[in-house]
Design a protein around this ligand. Structure first.
Ligand code: HEC
Ligand code: HEC
Length: 346
């Protein structure tokens, strides 16, 4: 190297640097900045209920509880057993595994961005995160918790007594404070810094051309028609639709189990799509293994046609549209916050 002049060394170095930079520029050139119509996808801060705003003490307490297997009947299952942060806050299974390994009826949804939603569970049977939180513990096949015994256990831990007092002064350790703390923690589990979010915030180089084209396929009612149900800002209309999953005709009534309206038979809640890359397999029964399987389901216009949503029509996508659409779904993956399991209070 010593024998090379500075200019020769620069020539030697420059092409090596220039090639990837040019490739990158080409890949992102042509991605237009977001317009006024795109701005409705931007996520604001998670809305807080007036009677349970998140405070650091509440969030810390809720996090400890979320990871604590002592909340379950057999002392071995925590919320995080199924909502595992390293699996996109889901479990990677087709259907959830409860205490003793029992296979439950539905897949575990992520809790990512659930704080933005107004409907909870696949069938919307919970009205708020506070309302939802005790359900899994009370279900015999999920956590099978003996509530009086569990609350006594928490009250006997000086660490928890102190944390509950800091979080909810004077309210004690009760079902209500337990539920509120869990909900306060869940509202901090968000995904809002994905390439798509960064593009929305004005970084027009955040998405590749393919991802940007995929966004157009996703939003266009005449092409993907996805945004009709996976609508802004959290990719859900908080509604229930029958999208013709093969098993729905017979196996699971979905929303109809809660609300006896004919159109709700086999209808399930529209899930968020942020971080969707992390939570395969897909659908309430885990029947789609990959995002390609999901897209092909929509291209076919669903399988079971018996009570299909009027918004489900077979799609005419080109090979390119399909690739771009999947690239866009992957542009919804945020940079994961570093989550370490908390030290459990004693
Ligand atoms: C055995 C696995 C399992 C455990 C343990 C578990 N969950 Fe779940 N969770 C599920 C499944 C399955 C569903 C969907 C059930 C349905 O819709 O019928 C769900 C749904 C949810 C939802 C609704 C998300 C949404 O956006 O609709 C929230 C929130 C949630 N769980 C929080 C918790 C909390 C808090 C705990 C601990 C107290 C917990 N879960 C324990 C499997 C589990
Ligand atoms: C008619 C409303 C509707 C339309 C249109 C729609 N979806 Fe869905 N989507 C849903 C519902 C409802 C579910 C959950 C269904 C179930 O599990 O039974 C779902 C589930 C999904 C899932 C799996 C999510 C998970 O966590 O398991 C993905 C991915 C998805 N949709 C992507 C898309 C794409 C891409 C399009 C466009 C090609 C699209 N959706 C069009 C309503 C819709």
């Amino acid at each position: 190297m010593r024998t090379h002049s500075l200019a020769a060394r620069l020539l030697f170095v420059l092409p090596a640097l220039a090639t990837p930079a040019v490739a990158l520029a080409n890949d992102r050139a042509g991605v237009l900045p977001p317009g006024a119509a795109d701005k409705h996808w931007r996520l604001a801060a998670v809305p807080m209920p007036r009677d349970n705003p998140g405070t650091p003490a509440r969030i810390d307490l809720g996090k400890a509880l979320f990871f604590d297997p002592r909340l379950s009947g057999n002392g071995a299952t925590s919320c995080a057993s199924c909502h595992n942060p390293s699996l996109g806050w889901a479990d990677g299974l087709k259907k959830a595994a409860g205490v003793g390994g029992a296979v439950l009826g539905r897949a575990t949804p992520t809790i990512t961005n659930t704080g933005y939603n107004t409907q909870f569970m696949w069938d919307g049977r919970a009205k708020s995160l506070e309302d939802q939180a005790l359900g899994p513990m009370k279900a015999a096949d999920e956590m099978n918790t003996d509530f009086p015994a569990m609350l006594e256990r928490l009250r006997s831990q000086a660490g928890y007594v102190k944390m509950f007092e800091m979080a909810y002064p004077g309210e004690g350790i009760s079902e209500a404070t337990l539920a509120k703390a869990l909900a306060a923690f869940e509202r901090t589990v968000t995904s809002r810094n994905s390439p798509f979010d960064r593009w929305l915030a004005g970084d027009s180089r955040a998405m590749t051309q393919a991802q940007w084209r995929g966004y157009k396929v996703f939003s266009d009612p005449a092409r993907g028609n996805c945004a009709t149900c996976h609508s802004a800002p959290n990719f859900t209309d908080n509604g229930f639709h029958n999208i013709g999953i093969a098993s729905t005709g017979t196996a699971d009534p979905g929303r109809y189990g809660i609300r006896k309206v004919a159109s709700m038979r086999g209808a399930f809640k529209t899930p968020t799509l942020r971080d969707i890359e992390l939570t395969a397999p897909y659908f309430h029964d885990g029947s789609a293994a990959t995002l390609l399987d999901v897209v092909k389901h929509y291209e076919r216009g669903g399988d079971d046609q018996s009570n299909l949503s009027a918004d489900m029509k077979p799609l005419k996508l080109t090979e390119q549209d399909r690739t771009d659409l999947i690239a866009f779904l992957k542009a919804l993956t945020g940079r994961p916050a570093k989550i370490t399991a908390p030290e459990l209070p004693r």
